[in-house]
Design a binder for this molecule. Structure first.
Ligand SMILES: C[S@@+](CC[C@H](N)C(=O)[O-])C[C@H]1O[C@@H](n2cnc3c(N)ncnc32)[C@H](O)[C@@H]1O
Length: 246
């Protein structure tokens, strides 16, 4: 079973290992009115603060919810101006109508949305927004690269498909978050991008994936060396924007 504390054990290196969300998605969030100075932001499953720092730079005040003690400590150290709640999104005390912009960046799939959605509905201001982002590491629409063949070989060798946690894709996430009739979709945005990674960066990034073992990570990092020391990875990122129905 995937372990939500996996990320906390990597707290000090997590930020460097994970690529940031594409600027185009944040530009879209700004267009939707989510990044205006003075708004009250809430970063759910904030990790090392990839979304928190965008909200801060835009002039929002930010409350960050992060259950991992080491990640919560990192957040406090990096962003002393942020209120950090070391708890789960489902348990966090959220004042009624006290949130203008809630963000869940590659984190909603760890949460029990049957608990979270009614709580968020109450916490969001009437014109508030929920931004659900996800970096998808891989792009099925791009022809398979030699490196991706090696990744597929490692995954195929697993005795049983490893339990991935909860909601993984955009369509299922949207269906799940709107099922209660409390939230409705405002916008769905998607960006495709690529990045060149050397063996060190592949090792660091794949180690952050909660369903990869250390031996599997070493195997794909070695594959990068065999393939010339650098590989181009094709990724997709999406942002689902919702608002509360009143
Ligand atoms: C893949 S990381 C993403 C971190 C960060 N949002 C980012 O985009 O880099 C998932 C995060 O969700 C947190 N998490 C796991 N279960 C959670 C829960 N029930 N409530 C809030 N956060 C949770 C983990 O501790 C971890 O920091």
């Amino acid at each position: 079973m995937a372990d939500p504390m996996h990320f906390d054990r990597l707290a000090s290196g997590y930020d460097d290992a994970r690529p940031p969300y594409p600027a185009a998605l944040w530009a879209r969030a700004a267009e939707l009115g989510a990044l205006r100075p003075g708004l009250r932001g809430l970063d759910l499953g904030a990790g090392s603060g990839q979304a928190t720092r965008v909200l801060l730079a835009a002039g929002l005040t930010v409350t960050a919810v992060e259950p991992g003690p080491h990640l919560a400590a990192e957040l406090r150290r990096r962003h002393p101006e942020v209120e950090v709640l070391q708890t789960t999104a489902e348990a966090a005390p959220l004042p009624a109508g006290g949130v203008d912009v809630a963000v869940a960046a590659t984190s909603i799939h760890w949460m029990d949305t049957t608990v979270l959605v009614p709580r968020l509905h109450r916490a969001l201001a009437p014109d508030g927004l929920l931004l659900v982002l996800r970096n998808v590491f891989g792009d099925e629409d791009v022809p398979v690269t030699p490196f991706r063949e090696r990744v597929a070989e490692v995954v195929a060798r697993r005795a049983a498909p490893r339990a991935r946690h909860g909601l993984q894709d955009l369509a299922r996430t949207e269906t799940d978050l709107t099922a209660s009739g409390l939230l409705t979709t405002v916008s769905v945005d998607e960006v495709r991008w690529s990045v060149d990674l050397d063996a060190r960066r592949v090792r660091a990034l794949f180690a952050t994936f909660s369903d990869w073992t250390p031996a599997e990570v070493e195997e794909v990092a070695d594959a990068v060396e065999v393939l010339g020391g650098s590989v181009t990875e094709h990724y997709r990122s999406w942002m689902l924007t919702l608002r509360p129905i009143h």
